[in-house]
Design a protein around this ligand. Structure first.
Ligand code: ADP
Length: 247
């Protein structure tokens, strides 16, 4: 098949995926709100609370989906971001706090291995926090219960980049799919039918790292063993060109 036909197929898969994912929480919202509206007086306080809890969860889920789609349309056109000199380990720690609940649900442990005395790096905190969020969410999503995730940060040997990597013990990715996982809408065959997703997350990661920060993403994976996703961020803008040539 031609490249165009392939992109068309990815797009239509994406639309059917997204419509399903948007419809499910909307259906839940409608039925629970309808019940509360019509029969709320017959329910006791605890039941009312439980219903409102479910409504809240659905809204959180919808919100995430909508944000992903909006980020995607915005990022595709808007690649300039404000950068500040920051400590990448504190940004990572902050992102991990928000992901603890997700990891706990699967009794997974997230281990951090940070090199000491790392230099500050110029980056956009919101963008990099979202990148970490995406990589670690995937590591949780595509791994079995009680498995481990390692988040590592170190300076490259030439001292020109910080390297961040997220290693899991999950389902892994087949070699022939590996070079496509960063493509927009792409999802591997073995995940399309079982685990929810839009195929946008890694594409957004790549745009944030390579277009907004002149860095480079990488992946290393073995089927049924686990994956390591990560990125290099240049310590100063002049290194960006060297990275493009050498990585
Ligand atoms: P989504 O997770 O919404 O499908 P992503 O762009 O984040 O989209 O990921 C694209 C695809 O790459 C996923 O559908 C999955 O097949 C594969 N993938 C991503 N992260 C991992 C991981 N940590 N382990 C195994 N497969 C992964």
């Amino acid at each position: 098949i031609t490249k165009e036909a392939e992109v068309d197929k990815l797009k239509s898969d994406f639309i059917s995926n997204v419509s399903h994912e948007l419809r499910t929480p909307v259906t839940i919202l409608r039925s629970y709100i309808d019940t509360l509206y019509n029969y709320g007086d017959d329910l006791n306080k605890d039941e009312q609370k439980e219903f409102i809890g479910i409504i809240n969860d659905s809204i959180v889920h919808l919100n995430k989906m909508v944000n992903d789609i909006l980020d995607f349309t915005r990022l595709e056109t808007d690649t300039k971001v404000e950068k500040t000199m920051l400590d990448i380990t504190s940004t990572i720690e902050r992102a991990l706090v928000g992901l603890k609940v997700l990891a706990d649900e699967k009794q997974m442990e997230i281990i951090t291995l940070f090199e000491h005395n790392l230099p500050l790096v110029p980056y956009n905190e919101e963008a990099i926090e979202r990148v970490i969020n995406n990589l670690v969410t995937n590591a949780i999503k595509y791994s079995p219960e009680k498995s481990k995730i390692e988040v590592r940060v170190n300076l490259t040997q030439d001292k020109k980049y910080v390297k961040v990597s997220v290693k899991d013990e999950g389902i892994g990715i087949a070699p022939d799919c590996l070079d496509r996982v960063f493509d927009r809408f792409y999802r591997t065959e073995n995940t399309t039918h079982t685990i929810k997703g839009t195929g946008l997350g890694l594409h957004l990661v790549q745009i944030a790292i390579e277009k907004q920060h002149q860095g480079k993403v990488f992946v290393d994976s073995e089927l049924n063993k686990g994956s390591t996703f990560g990125f290099y961020l240049p310590l100063n803008e002049n290194n960006a060109e060297i990275l493009k040539a050498s990585v």
